[in-house]
Design a protein. Structure first.
Length: 224
């Protein structure tokens, strides 16, 4: 039987994790799991239902009665919240501005980590997020912590937004990214940090193709 491995990609916002993870998963024939989309989905529901985002207990109760599904499609991964397609809706500025508050709750993280571990169980997987190498898949055969300068990450988001006809100024995007990174790194429960056995990959001056090739090379080493 062909051996398959688990690949954990962590890092701050707009480092290129999901873009690279998708390419690597496709090349290896593995599933791709975007854990950020799951935190975004529960945040969207909390906003829609007017739940107090600072209430740990209410956040956990809300998630316990929520179905979040990720499904691959020809146009990338689709995200379903209680059977509704929310793939576009979870990328709104409103969700982006609130997701780190929701993701800081222990009641939310405990359930999410369990769900993500179930999704990955016994299969070849590329999973991206903030706590994959440290908490979700601590035994992953390959862990990569991807980053890039905050200026470059804001520039990338700016270009991506332009294609989607969103025109948030570059300085505003940089501020939003830096604030989210800070909240994600300073929270008490599973903060964003590089796992001790993760490889650091600075993508500031790498193209998408170069970054994907480097991760595929590292995966090839683990597979051989
Ligand atoms: O794509 P982008 O970098 O903007 O963010 P994302 O990966 O969609 O994640 C959105 C937010 O979810 C992050 O800023 C974190 O607050 C949270 N998150 C997390 O706490 N743990 C994860 N494993 C993934 C995301
Ligand atoms: O998942 P994460 O938030 O880390 O980043 P992403 O959504 O994969 O990437 C953010 C944007 O940067 C996307 O539009 C990518 O196409 C772009 N990107 C890039 O220009 N160069 C790279 N080396 C990686 C990503």
């Amino acid at each position: 039987m062909t051996k398959s491995i688990q690949i954990a990609l962590d890092g701050p916002a707009a480092a290129g994790k999901s873009t690279i993870a998708k390419i690597v998963a496709e090349q290896l024939g593995y599933i791709y799991i975007d854990t950020g989309a799951m935190y975004r989905a529960i945040t969207l529901k909390a906003l829609n239902e007017g739940i107090n985002l600072s209430d740990n207990e209410a956040a956990g109760e809300l998630l316990a009665k929520t179905a979040i599904d990720l499904q691959p499609s020809e146009n990338g991964q689709l995200v379903f919240l209680d059977q509704q397609n929310v793939t576009e809706a979870i990328r709104s500025q409103e969700v982006t501005g609130s997701v780190s508050e929701m993701a800081a709750h222990e009641s939310v993280r405990l359930q999410m980590v369990k769900l993500q571990q179930q999704l990955a169980e016994g299969r070849g997987v590329v999973m991206d997020g903030r706590d994959i190498g440290t908490d979700v898949l601590p035994k992953a055969e390959l862990k990569v912590f991807m980053s890039a300068s905050v200026e470059e990450r804001a520039r990338r988001r700016f270009e991506e937004n332009k294609k989607r006809n969103i025109h948030t100024p570059l300085e505003e995007l940089q501020g939003e990214i830096a604030k989210r990174d800070q909240m994600d790194s300073e929270r008490e429960v599973s903060p964003l940090r590089q796992a001790d056995d993760a490889i650091y990959l600075d993508t500031t001056s790498l193209t998408i193709r170069e970054a994907a090739a480097e991760i595929l090379r590292l995966a090839g080493e683990r597979l051989s």
